[in-house]
Ligand binder design. Structure first.
Ligand code: BG6
Length: 485
């Protein structure tokens, strides 16, 4: 179903995110016939370029993202007819009148979405100028990207800045993990099946592991990353969202506040993390020699950097459902494989009728978020053979690509879903202000703790699974990480 007519203004329209993610996602939706004729996309940035130059830039950006699954390049000229450009300055009056004039060309006023694809320092000036020039009304939406603050205090200040001109239901805070098909599937798996929910608690679940491993490093974002580190860049937002979806109570409805109310309760129930339950790492040269790649410190050009490019930690959720079940979370750059996976490890059967020699086995649900999206449930069966009763684990394996055919093979990019939702006015997959603040309230003392101790991250080899201490974190509890691969 096509969305209603809209004008989308992308501040930071010449930037990397706009070119690599936002505009290609708009193009794919456009080609999919999801936009009405009248849509207008206005790039806005400081660069003094013409609409023609901008269209050229957009065409190149879009072409760079095309692949055999999505639409080809044929729709680009038609798409570009909807794209214009305004050169403006967020902190000065330059360019605002031309933008206002362009927006006013269409009557009646369509939905206006203002996408702040800029650093958080510009959120305030943009919000203020939108208001001052009368460009927004109560139906307009603003979209902001992470990082949403650097700590609790700055996040609260940002919330307050935006709240001066917009209500909470106009503010769309993006965590692009929520736009991923498989992440949304966590809710479908949990709340669309009878099978899992009765077992989804500390009585039956031994522990849960959440891994987001990446092979990429930090090149190209050195300055930002060296100030942020894995805790702020990934743990406070993406892993926290995954944790919420896996641990939250069933919301009564799939509606924005019902879902976000439950998520925020999870974050608020998180225990503080003990220092000895945290392992920070920083990538070094690859094992067996330096290799052609730069180490973390070489990449960021800071030989003494103590920023972590890897973090693993153990935490608990203090509520009735989860008391006693540890959650182990880890994420890192330059690891052996790109893999986001959630492992739910069930407890052993209380009594083995086959005797200890048959072997002890526990069920294990593995949810693969990316790549090879799918689910594997390990089930215990009899090992074939005429001998005694010995048990063995076999996988019930489902890949979305096989089960869902073409749709499963080519899931839409997270931004396609999120952009459609912001135009439709559905905030379910966006973070609410109190949710972000709660996540910082949990994160801040952890960071303050290692800063006070002068903690230095443990080196780990590029292409490895992370620092050895992360394995120790598990082994101390008699457990082990389930493979990154
Ligand atoms: C971003 C982080 O939010 O997510 C990056 O800033 C990270 O450091 C990226 O690489 C991971 O996203 P994805 O979609 O590639 O898993």
């Amino acid at each position: 179903i096509p969305v209603d007519p809209f004008d989308l203004v992308i501040f930071g329209g010449t930037g990397d995110l706009a070119q690599r993610k936002i505009l290609p996602a708009l193009y794919r939706r456009f080609c999919g016939g999801h936009f009405p004729e009248e849509v207008r996309i206005i790039g806005a940035a400081r660069a003094d370029i013409s609409t023609e130059d901008y269209r050229q830039m957009v065409a190149e950006g879009v072409k760079a993202t095309l692949n055999e699954h999505g639409p080809g390049a044929a729709g680009i000229p038609e798409f570009l007819r909807r794209v214009t450009y305004v050169s403006l300055d967020a902190r000065e009056d330059r360019g605002w009148e031309p933008l206002a004039a362009q927006l006013a060309e269409v009557e009646p006023r369509p939905i206006r979405v203002f996408y702040f694809s800029v650093g958080p320092g510009l959120f305030g000036p943009l919000a203020e100028r939108l208001h001052r020039h009368g460009l927004s009304d109560e139906d307009s939406r603003i979209v902001v990207e992470k990082p949403f603050g650097h700590d609790l205090q700055s996040a609260k200040a940002l919330n307050a800045t935006l709240a001066a001109h917009f209500t909470e239901n106009q503010i769309y805070r993006i965590d692009h993990y929520l736009g991923k098909e498989t992440v949304q599937n966590l809710m479908a798996i949990r709340f669309g099946n009878m099978l899992f929910e009765p077992l989804w608690n500390s009585q039956y679940v031994d522990h849960i592991q959440i891994t987001v491993a990446e092979t990429v490093g930090v090149a190209g974002r050195e300055e930002y990353y060296d100030r942020a580190g894995a805790m702020r860049d990934m743990m406070q937002n993406h892993l926290m969202q995954l944790l919420c979806l896996i641990a939250m109570e069933p919301p009564a409805k799939f509606d924005p506040d019902a879902v976000r109310d439950e998520k925020v309760k999870v974050i608020r129930a998180l225990d503080p993390v003990e220092p000895y339950h945290i392992v920070r790492g920083q990538y070094n040269a690859a094992a067996g020699g330096k290799g052609p790649d730069l180490t973390y410190r070489e990449t960021v050009g800071n030989p003494r950097s103590s920023t972590e490019s890897y973090i693993a930690l153990k935490t608990h959720i203090s509520n009735w459902r989860w008391a006693g079940t540890p959650f182990y979370l880890r994420t890192g750059k330059r690891l052996v494989a790109r893999s986001s996976v959630i492992n739910v490890l069930f407890k052993d059967a209380p009594h083995s009728i086959f005797g200890e020699e048959a072997g002890r086995h526990a069920n294990h649900l593995k949810i693969r978020l990316q790549p090879n999206e799918g689910i594997t449930l390990s089930v215990t069966i009899k090992e074939p053979g005429p001998g005694g009763m010995r048990l063995v684990d076999v996988p019930l394996d489902m890949s979305f690509a096989t089960a869902l055919g073409a749709d499963g093979k080519n899931p839409p990019d997270a931004y396609e879903r999120l952009i459609t939702d912001m135009i439709r006015g559905n905030q379910t997959l966006f973070m609410r202000g109190d949710e972000v603040a709660a996540a910082w309230a949990w994160t801040d003392p952890i960071i303050a703790g290692w800063q006070a101790r002068g903690d230095v991250p443990k080196p780990y080899d590029m292409g490895s699974t992370g620092p050895g201490d992360a394995d120790l974190l598990m082994r101390r509890d008699g457990r082990e990480w389930r493979g990154i691969n």
